[in-house]
Write a protein that binds this ligand. Structure first.
Ligand code: GAL
Length: 627
C-alpha cells in the first residue's frame, strides 16, 4: 500500500462477529495487531463501527430489532443492514460495541478517523415500518404537535374521516388501500430521517469522548434521498461518499440505451460530479470519496470493466472538485461471500490487478493540487431532501422524479464549463450570479430570506412553492411564498406522459416541455408560450419561473443565455468532455471512448496531458504567469 502511494486504509466496518463473537465477550487483539502494522508502514487507518451488520446472536436475542419493509415483511438475517434505526434495544447494543471498540483502539496512534456504520439506507433500509418505529413515531409526533387537535388540524384529517383522538391511535403510513394522507407520509419521512441522525449521534458522542482528536465521517451514497443528508452530515467532521460510476450508469433510470452504450466504460459525465459537489456541500467543504470503483463491480444489471486509465481519471476528477482523499473499494477481491465478482486493487491471490498501475501514477500527479483551494463556484444549485420526499409522495405524474430534475439542471450548467456549488435551503446564496432552483415544493422561510438577500438571477423550476410545510396547496395558490418575487399564480397543472410532450416557441426556436406543465395567471407578459397559448416562462426583476419541466434543449439554451447575460465564462466543450476549475488549475476530462482535440488553450501552461485527449484522458493546465 505504501509503495502505491496509499496513505489511508479503512477497516472493520462489518466486523461485529469478530469484535464480539459471543455476547459481551470482546476481541480487539486482531485489530490492534493490524493497527500496529498500519503504523509501522507509515499509513493511517479509518476504523468503521460495525453497526451495519449485527451478528446472528444479537438478532436472535432481540428479534424485534429487525426492520420491516413497506409491506410489513421482516428483513431476514443473512446479508447486512437488517436493523431498525429506531429500536431502543439495538441502539443500546450499538452504544456498547462502539464504547468497547473506542476504548480498545480509540487512542491508537494509527487511528486517523472513524466511519460510523456503513451507507445508511443502502438496500432501501432507511425507512422501516416496525412496531419499534410505531412507538417512536408517536412520541415524535407528540413532541412536534403537543396536542392531537393540532395534529388533526395540521394534517387536515377531516378528509376521509382520518381524525384521531389520541396519539396512540396513529399508525404508520404503509399498507393503506390507496395513498396515505400526504401530510402523514411527509411527517413520517421527516421522522425517519431524524432517526438516522439520532442513531448516528449516539455513536458520534461516544467516539468524541473516547477517541479525542480523531475525525468522524460516514460514507453516504449516490442517488439517495431517504434522509436529510445536510442534517446527518452536520454532526460529522467531514462527509464522504461511495463512487461507482459504471454501476450508476447501468442502474440509474435516467439514461437512454444509446447514452449507456457510449459511456459504458467511463460512466455518465455529470452524475458523479453532481455527487462530488453535493457532498462538498454536506461536508461544508470537507469531503472524501470513501469507496471508488477500481474495476468491474458486482451489483449492477451488468458490470463492465472501465476503460484503461479510468480509475486514475475518476480520482483526478474528485480532486478537481476538492476531495481531500480518494479511497478505493476494495484492496483485494474477496473470493467468497456476496461480492466475489467485485474487483479490488488486487486479485484474490494478492497479485496486483490493473488499477494498481493507475494508482501508482496518481502518487506524483496529486501534488499538482497542493495549495489550490476550491473557490466559490459560478452557479448555485439548490438541493432539498424534503423536495424529493414531497414529489415522491404526490408526484401526480410518474415521470416526475426530483433527482432527475436536479441532475438535468446540474448537467445543463456543467456542460457550459461552469463550476456548480450545491446549496441547501439554509445555504448562503451571496455572490452567485446565477441560482438554479429545480422544483422545490416546500419553500422554507430561511430560503425566502436568503432569496431576498441574494443578488443573482434566480431560476425556479415548476412546482416551486406549491406546498405548505404541512403538504397543503398554499392559501394564495402556488408558488405560495414565492409570489413575493413572482407576481403570478398557478391555477392548474397538466401532467404529461413521456409520449406527449408539449411544445413551445422561444427566441424563434421550438422546444419541448416534459411531464409537467402549468397554467398560470399573471399580468406579466410571458417570455415564451406553449403551443396552446399558455405562458411557459415568466420573469420579474431577477426572478424567472418555468411553468413546465424543460426538455433538455430548453434548459440548456436557457441556462446558456442567462450565463452569458450575467457574464459567466461559458466554455464551448466537445461532447463528452467536461472541465472543472480548482484554484488556478483548470482540468479537462474526456469521457468519450474516442479521442478529442481540445482547443482554446492559449495562455495556459499545460501541467498534465495534452490537447489531444485520448479516451480516459485528463488535461490539467494553469493560467500562465506573466513573464
Ligand atoms: C458499497 C458498500 C461496500 C460494498 C460496495 C460494493 O455500497 O459500502 O460495502 O458493498 O458497495 O460496490
Amino acid at each position: 500500500m505504501h509503495d502505491l502511494g496509499i496513505r489511508f486504509v479503512r477497516v472493520g466496518e462489518f466486523a461485529w462477529s469478530r469484535f464480539e463473537p459471543e455476547p459481551e465477550s470482546y476481541d480487539f487483539a486482531w485489530l490492534e495487531r493490524f493497527l500496529n502494522l498500519v503504523n509501522e508502514a507509515g499509513l493511517a487507518a479509518v476504523v468503521g463501527t460495525p453497526t451495519a451488520s449485527p451478528p446472528k446472536w444479537l438478532v436472535d436475542s432481540m428479534p424485534d430489532m429487525i426492520a420491516l419493509d413497506k409491506n410489513g415483511l421482516p428483513r431476514a438475517f443473512g446479508s447486512r443492514r437488517h436493523y431498525c434505526f429506531s429500536h431502543q434495544g439495538y441502539r443500546v447494543k450499538c452504544q456498547q460495541i462502539v464504547t468497547q471498540l473506542a476504548k480498545a483502539v480509540g487512542n491508537h496512534p494509527a487511528v486517523h478517523a472513524w466511519q460510523v456504520d456503513n451507507e445508511y439506507g443502502c438496500h432501501d433500509t432507511a425507512i422501516s415500518f416496525s412496531p419499534a418505529v410505531r412507538i417512536r413515531f408517536r412520541q415524535w409526533l407528540r413532541e412536534r404537535y403537543e396536542s392531537i387537535t393540532s395534529l388533526n388540524e395540521a394534517w387536515r384529517n377531516v378528509f376521509w374521516s382520518m381524525e384521531y383522538r389520541h396519539f396512540d391511535e396513529i399508525e404508520l403510513p404503509n399498507r393503506t388501500p390507496t395513498d396515505p394522507n400526504p401530510a402523514h407520509a411527509l411527517d413520517f419521512r421527516r421522522f425517519s430521517s431524524d432517526m438516522v441522525r439520532e442513531f448516528q449521534r449516539l455513536q458520534v458522542d461516544i467516539l468524541r469522548q473516547l477517541s479525542p482528536g480523531r475525525a468522524i465521517t460516514h460514507n453516504f451514497m449516490a442517488g439517495f434521498t431517504d434522509f436529510e443528508h445536510f442534517d446527518v452530515a452536520a454532526d460529522l467532521d467531514f462527509a464522504s461518499w461511495d463512487s461507482y460510476p459504471l454501476g450508476f450508469l447501468a442502474s440509474f433510470p435516467l439514461f437512454s440505451e444509446a447514452h449507456r452504450s457510449h459511456f459504458m466504460r467511463s460512466g455518465d459525465p455529470d452524475l458523479v460530479a453532481l455527487h462530488h459537489d453535493l457532498y462538498r456541500a454536506c461536508g461544508k467543504g470537507r469531503w472524501w470519496v470513501m469507496e471508488q470503483q477500481p474495476g468491474p463491480v458486482n451489483w449492477a444489471p451488468y458490470n463492465p470493466a472501465p476503460l484503461p486509465g479510468m480509475v486514475r481519471f475518476w480520482a483526478l476528477e474528485a480532486f478537481a472538485h476538492g476531495a481531500e482523499v480518494v479511497s478505493f473499494f476494495r484492496w483485494r477481491q474477496a473470493p467468497f461471500g456476496q461480492e466475489q465478482y467485485h474487483s479490488g486493487l488486487n486479485l484474490p491471490t494478492g497479485e496486483a490487478d490493473s488499477a494498481c498501475g493507475e494508482i501508482s501514477q496518481l502518487k506524483d500527479e496529486l501534488s499538482l493540487f497542493a495549495g489550490e483551494e476550491t473557490q466559490r463556484g459560478d452557479v448555485a444549485l439548490v438541493f432539498d431532501y424534503e423536495a424529493a420526499w414531497a414529489i415522491n409522495i404526490q408526484p401526480q405524474s410518474s415521470e416526475f422524479v426530483y433527482l432527475n430534475e436536479v441532475y438535468r439542471f446540474y448537467r445543463a450548467a456543467r456542460r457550459l464549463g461552469l463550476n456548480v456549488d450545491v446549496v441547501s435551503q439554509e445555504g448562503d446564496l451571496a455572490g452567485y450570479r446565477l441560482i438554479l432552483v429545480p422544483p422545490l415544493p416546500i419553500v422554507r422561510p430561511e430560503f425566502v430570506d436568503a432569496l431576498r438577500r441574494s443578488t443573482g438571477l434566480v431560476v425556479f423550476g415548476p412546482r416551486s412553492g406549491s406546498k405548505s410545510s404541512n403538504f397543503c396547496v398554499p392559501e394564495n395558490l402556488p408558488p405560495g411564498a414565492l409570489q413575493e418575487f413572482l407576481p403570478l399564480r398557478v391555477l392548474r397543472v397538466d401532467s404529461l406522459p413521456r409520449f406527449a410532450p408539449k411544445s413551445l416557441e422561444w427566441g424563434g426556436k421550438s422546444y419541448l416541455a416534459e411531464s409537467w406543465v402549468e397554467q398560470v395567471a399573471s399580468n406579466l407578459e410571458p417570455l415564451a408560450r406553449f403551443e396552446d397559448g399558455h405562458g411557459a416562462m415568466y420573469a420579474h426583476e431577477r426572478f424567472l419561473y418555468m411553468a413546465g419541466l424543460p426538455g433538455d434543449q430548453w434548459l440548456a439554451d436557457l441556462i446558456k443565455m442567462l450565463a452569458r447575460k450575467h457574464e459567466l465564462r461559458v466554455i464551448e466543450l466537445p461532447d463528452g468532455v467536461r472541465t472543472r476549475r480548482r484554484g488556478a488549475l483548470r482540468c479537462f476530462f474526456n469521457y468519450n471512448p474516442s479521442p478529442v482535440q481540445l482547443s482554446g488553450l492559449e495562455g495556459v501552461d499545460i501541467l498534465l496531458g495534452n490537447a489531444d485527449l485520448p479516451p480516459a484522458g485528463v488535461l490539467i493546465a494553469r493560467k500562465s504567469q506573466p513573464r
